[in-house]
Each structure stands twice: as C-alpha cells, then as structure tokens.
Design a binder for this molecule. Structure first.
Ligand code: SAH
Length: 456
C-alpha cells in the first residue's frame, strides 16, 4: 500500500485533461505535475485519496524522448501553460488522442469516423491577441502577470511567449508608470488599492485596446497616467477604464468609461471585419481561428436554399461567414451586447440574410422551432459545459441534415454527440485544431449527419 511521503520511481504513462502526468503503483493512479508520458521519475507521494494519489516530482531519472527544455523562464510557477516541456509535435498528437479517447469513453461509435491530425501552427509562439493580467501589491512592489498554477497569486513576469510583443511592452510601460505616478495596485486580502487588472487586446495591424480595471473611478494622477501611456506607445488606439469594486474573481465589473479613443478596435477574419468591444468574446488565436472557421464552413457544406442556425454565436463571426453560402442564418447568443455587436457587424459587412436573437439557447432554440423556424444545417459553438439538453433535444426534433459542433472541451463534445447519436445522428469526421499551443486546451470541430435510416 502506498503511504504519504513515500518516495518511489514511476513511469509516466499518460497525461490527464489538466496536464498532470499519470503513473500507476499498487493499482492506484498517481497524478504528478511537471512530467510527461515516457518520463521515468522519482516522486514523493503528497496525498492519498480514495481513488487516486497525488505526487510531487523530485527528479527525472530518465527523460521521455519528447521532453524539451521550456522556452519560457516562468513556466514552473505560471498557471498559463502546462506543456512547455513537451515537444510541439507530441502536443498535437496528444490533443488528437484526447478527442478519440473521450469519444470512446462516452460510447460514441467511432468505427467509421475519421479523426484528422490536429491542425497545428508553424510557429506556435506570440499567437494571442488578448492578455488578461492581474495587478497586485506585494512587499511594496507591483506584480503584473498571470496567476500561479492553482492559486490567485500573481506571477510577476516581464514577458510572455504566447502573447504579442506589443503586449509585453505595454505591461512593462504600465508598471513603470504606476510606480512613477504612485498608483496603488489592488490587494486582494485587504481589499485596498486601485488597479486590479490590465487587459490588452491587439488586432492584426497591432493596434491596441487597453482596459484598466480599477476599484474606484477617480484617483490621483489618472489623466497623467493615460496621457503618458498613449503618448509613449502610439500603437494604443483606445483606453477603457472598467470599474470593479466587488470582492470577486470575475475580472470585469459592469461600468466602462472610455478614457481615450473610440472604445473599440476593429479586426478581420477572412474578408469580414468585426468591431471588438471590451467585453466581446473574440477567438484569441487569429491564425488558427481562420482554420477553425474555414473547417466549420466546409463541414457545414451549406447551399443557397438552406437555412442555418449558429447557436452560441458570440459577435456573429461564424454566422457572417456562413451567410455567404446560406439562404438565411439565425444566430443565438446569451450576451446582449454581443448580439448588438453581431447586428452591427452584419450591417458593416453588408450582410442582410442574418438575424440574431439574444437569450439562452435552451429557451430561444425551442421557441424558434415552435414558431416553425427550422434549420437544414445547425452549427453550435458552446462554452466548456457543452450544449444544454433542450438544445440537443430540439435539434433532434428539428431534424437538420447536418450538425457541425465546434467544441473547446472534448468531454462535453463526446457526451453531446452520444445524445445526438441516440436521436438518429451519426458522427462522420472530426478535426482537432490547436488554438492554444503549450496549453492542454483542445479545440475540435466535428461533422455529424442525420443517419440514412432516419431520413424523412
Ligand atoms: N461562435 C462564437 C462564440 C463562441 S464562445 C465565436 O467563435 O466567436 C461561446 C458563446 O456562447 C459565448 O459568446 C457565450 O456568451 C455564449 N453562451 C454561453 N452560454 C449560452 C447560453 N446558454 N445560450 C446562448 N449563448 C450562450
């Protein structure tokens, strides 16, 4: 029997969905950080639970052939990336295997299903167009950066290899200006201080939007801070102050104030242009987003006589791409501002065969169906928790020819495919796309068709 504090040598046989290495001893699964499959490691058991144990790496006895030195000096502390010690090709394989394993685990019939190789990036660095960093006071110093693994402690980093160089520059400039103008960072423990977070978004032309999240609206030297920021860095096109005075882990509060510029930036996907407001959801990896959306459109294979639903449509990105090929597209989204943005995006791009509805998909979609608005093709792109049951049930009743599911969580994807399968649908093919290199996140698009036997 394993004991706490026991030291043992193990072989790492797998990686779980959080990026922890998996080993086995005495029939007990042990999860270990900082290791990858193929590593032989000396570990110490730190905790024993009913069905598993946790271990801590002491030393690597023999490294896996896929182990590499992390390109980032902050990897050990930072909670942002989990796979900086695994070669990129292997990450792509791991992500494909996770999709296959989750499908099998949910009992999906995978016999005739093609799961393509993960679409990766040529240069998997500096890909993010959005950075959200926390700002905290520690030992009279200002820390700006992501959170440590599993905690809300800020790692003070001078640069991040997955965000843009421009964002790195802004972080360092902002910190210096906070020091120069004696502006306090927020202290979570005491609730005192002013600046809580900085959000930096960049578009493809490297124009920047900065959102500064503060506890109060007015503070000393605010104008000087902003004047300096925008005059030193001419890439900054707009600065927004967001006020969040709540004791919460949510980054943004309800109130926004535009301090400089228009309050939005524009970005493009394919030949479409989009207005991005501070809260808008916009895919963070532009290079991969194009591949993701193009695959979605290809899998949807819509023709001009067909009606398409884009459920969980955000600011209407996929809807507008689909509109070119469809008779009509209906978009459904819970965030009202995103729907306002989606409508504006449609007008700006001169697209008129789309209609957007604000509300919960689980309420709006059944309502549309009741009103006899039916889809020939359904595209869904839900958050991590997957589709709500009423959405799946309505799709089954509505009986579209095709369902294209864009997913950021293979486990809820597999669960929902299984439900569709029970409703007479069949998984045809799957395409994992690496939207987040060096992290464990797996994005995947699948094509699902109404089974022949169910054709009306
Ligand atoms: N397809 C868009 C957005 C995908 S993210 C894009 O690619 O940009 C998932 C979206 O689902 C978010 O915009 C989120 O606000 C929305 N959402 C979350 N829960 C929802 C629900 N119950 N009903 C409708 N939309 C929801």
């Amino acid at each position: 029997m394993l004991q706490e504090n026991q030291i043992l040598d193990v072989e790492i046989i797998d990686l779980n969905h959080m990026g922890k290495g998996v080993a086995k001893s005495d029939n007990l699964v042990i999860f270990v950080d900082d290791v990858i499959p193929g590593d032989i490691a000396k570990i110490k058991i730190t905790e024993i639970k009913k069905n598993y144990a946790l271990g801590e790496l002491i030393t690597i006895i023999k490294p896996s052939e896929n182990r590499i030195d992390s390109a980032c000096g902050f990897f050990e502390q930072c909670g942002g990336c989990q796979l900086m010690h695994m070669n990129y090709e292997e990450q792509l394989k791991y992500k494909r295997e996770r999709v296959i394993n989750e499908l099998k685990r949910a009992g999906v019939n995978t016999e005739e299903v093609t799961v393509n190789d993960t679409l990766g990036m040529k240069t998997p660095f500096r890909y993010r167009n959005k950075t959200t960093f926390s700002v905290t006071e520690k030992n009279n110093d200002i820390f700006i950066g992501p959170y440590e693994q599993g905690t809300y402690n800020t790692v003070d980093i001078s640069g991040c290899l997955i965000q843009s160089r421009e964002a790195d520059e802004v972080v360092n400039l902002f910190k210096n200006l906070m020091i120069k103008y004696k502006i306090d960072a927020y202290d979570k423990m005491t609730g005192k201080g002013i600046v809580r977070n900085i959000i930096i978004r960049n578009n493809r032309n490297n124009e920047l939007m900065i959102v500064i999240v503060t506890t109060i609206e007015n503070f000393k030297n605010k104008e000087e801070l902003i004047d300096n920021l925008v005059s030193i860095n001419s890439n900054i096109k707009t600065v927004i102050q967001n006020i969040n005075n709540k004791n919460t882990n949510l980054v943004m509060g309800r109130k926004n104030k535009v301090l400089y510029g228009q309050g939005t930036i524009n970005d493009t996907i394919d030949d479409l242009s989009f207005v991005i407001s501070p809260e808008a959801f916009f895919q963070v990896n532009p290079e991969q987003t194009e591949k993701l959306y193009q695959t979605a459109i290809q899998y949807a294979d819509i023709n001009k006589d067909e009606v398409c639903f884009d459920i969980y449509c955000g600011i209407g990105t996929i809807s507008l791409m689909a509109a070119k090929y469809a008779k009509k597209v209906y978009g459904v989204e819970i965030v009202e501002q995103a729907v306002v943005d989606a409508r504006a995006n449609a007008l700006n791009n001169n697209i008129h065969n789309v209609e957007f509805f604000a509300g919960k998909a689980e309420e709006v979609v059944p309502k549309l169906y009741k009103q006899k608005i039916k889809a020939d093709v359904v595209i869904v792109d839900p958050p991590r928790k997957g589709c709500e049951k009423p959405v799946i049930d309505t799709i089954i009743n509505m009986s579209p020819k095709k369902v294209v599911y864009v997913s950021c969580n293979p486990s809820t994807l597999a669960r929902d495919i299984k439900l569709l399968e029970e409703g007479g649908y069949k998984l045809i093919k799957a395409q994992p796309v690496d939207m987040f290199p060096w992290t464990v996140h797996v994005e995947c698009i699948v094509q699902i068709k109404r089974a022949e036997t169910r054709m009306k």
